[in-house]
Design a protein around this ligand. Structure first.
Ligand code: ARG
Length: 467
């Protein structure tokens, strides 16, 4: 029809140069996932071998065809490993690329592999296997980071630094205690990782397109062969579910948020104004114009990677939120988010582990800062409660007057003469000087989980037994 063809032609012109070859090219570009899902080739091949083996075991395909299929898949695995494999965008995704190559290698037997299977359960399997392996890697990486902190905490169980609230000097703490705060945080991340591995440890393969299959497959056999605890229990849910990817991304986002807070502290502590730490050359850079500078680039980039990871979580939640059951092509968009977040998190943990291992702690600077800002004022108030029997509210008031006096004289609490202290409250004796030092302050905080070196050492031992 003359009219119809001229309409097509004018539409094509409107789409412009990039898509000059017309709607086919646009469709191929939006539809194809091979550019990123080729990362799943090893999982895809492993899944296919388990599936083919099960099909033969159940008498659904012949042993001879199974052998050809397995041999062909092994060949493809080494072709991809060695870089010899040619991926084709025309073949859309990793599943069809491998299947087409299998047909070229072994002929018609290749067509039997897809019996009792769909790309829907196939992709659910591949990405689940990938995420599970990534979680296992994350668990190891977090264990390494925790170990680095435990070593630094042990070294600095007695090193005094200012503890902050609102980034204002609050009370003296030990640097070991501060390190152990991060051990708790990354320990929780690792517990979440372990829980997620357990949670997702079910095999999707055999759910087929969405309804299961009439072939007498054995899903327990494939589950076992692929290292899963058991098969999933609902075929519709199986091909619709990306919770495991969302869980991975949530865990990654929380861990990245912890890393970012640590990165922020590193940035602050390494400034000349704070001077609590000196970063190793390996994890900092110089300025091209200001020769005196040493910039905490690695820490800044760890802080920035958090934005990507959090973005991936929001992106996939948004992809999933409107999808009716079961599979929709939208779900193809899970992979780039998962891959990008995984890469960012791995790198961030590795960089942070290196920084913590290498950083020089400037204990003298920490101690000097710990004593400034009347950080032992609470110790004075506590002393008045304990030794002079004052109610805490009154002790707080008396201490406030002592701090005001020190401020007015421009000296530390410990430098105020006894007579002047006694003029504020007559119950004060010279024993009070024993609690005004930062060392005495931290040593006194022996409550469970407190900052006293003795308590910090107990917490280190508890974690060492679990790391
Ligand atoms: N490339 C697809 C994905 O990643 C594979 C599944 C395609 N299934 C389908 N029914 N078109 O989700």
């Amino acid at each position: 029809m003359a009219d119809g063809s001229s309409e097509t032609k004018s539409s094509n012109q409107m789409w412009g140069g990039r898509f000059a070859s017309g709607p086919d090219a646009i469709m191929e570009e939006i539809n194809a996932s091979i550019g990123f899902d080729k990362k799943l080739y090893a999982q895809d091949i492993r899944g296919s071998i388990a599936h083919a083996t099960m099909l033969a075991h159940q008498g659904i395909i012949s042993a001879e065809d199974k052998d050809k299929i397995v041999h062909g898949l092994d060949t493809i695995l080494s072709e991809i490993d060695s870089g010899a494999f040619e991926f084709s965008r025309r073949l859309e995704d990793i599943h069809m690329n491998i299947e087409a190559r299998l047909a070229a290698l072994i002929g018609p037997a290749a067509g039997r592999l897809h019996t009792a299977r769909s790309r829907n359960d196939q992709v659910a399997l591949d990405i689940r296997l990938w995420v599970k392996e990534e979680l296992q890697k994350t668990e190891k990486a977090l264990t390494g980071l925790i170990a680095a902190f435990l070593d630094r905490a042990e070294e600095h169980a007695e090193t005094v630094m200012p503890g902050f609230t609102h980034l204002q000097t609050a009370q003296p703490v030990t640097f070991g205690h501060h390190c152990m705060a991060y051990v708790e945080m990354f320990g929780r991340d690792r517990a979440r990782v372990r829980h997620a591995i357990e949670h997702m440890d079910e095999s999707p393969i055999g759910a087929a397109a969405l309804a299961g299959t009439g072939f007498p497959i054995d899903r327990h056999m494939t589950a076992k062969a692929l290292g899963f605890r058991e098969p999933t229990r609902n075929s519709i849910d199986t091909v619709s579910d990306r919770d495991f990817a969302l869980e991975f991304l949530s865990i990654a986002a929380i861990a990245a948020t912890h890393l970012s807070r640590l990165a922020e502290e590193i940035v602050i502590w390494s400034t000349p104004q704070f001077g609590f730490i000196r970063l190793s050359d390996a994890f900092s850079t110089g300025s091209s114009i200001m020769p005196q500078k040493k910039n905490p680039d690695a820490a800044e980039l760890v802080r920035a990677k958090t934005g990507r990871v959090n973005g991936s979580l929001v992106a996939l939640l948004t992809v999933m939120k409107g999808l009716p059951l079961a599979y929709s092509k939208d779900m193809q968009e899970d992979k780039e988010q998962v891959f990008d977040a995984a890469e960012s998190l791995e790198l961030a943990i590795a960089a942070m582990t290196g920084m913590i291992r290498d950083v020089t702690i400037r204990a003298d600077r920490m101690k000097a800062a710990a004593g400034s800002g009347y950080s032992t004022a609470t110790d004075l108030a506590d002393w008045l409660v304990r030794e002079a029997g004052l109610p805490f509210r009154d002790a707080h008031h008396v201490t406030g007057r002592v701090v005001a006096l020190a401020e007015q004289k421009g000296c530390d609490l410990a430098d105020l003469p006894l007579a002047e202290l006694q003029a504020i409250n007559s119950a004060i004796t010279d024993k009070v000087y024993g609690v005004l030092t930062v060392e005495a302050s931290v040593a006194s905080r022996t409550s469970f989980g407190g900052t006293a070196p003795s308590e910090v050492r107990k917490q280190i031992a508890w974690w060492r037994a679990r790391n």
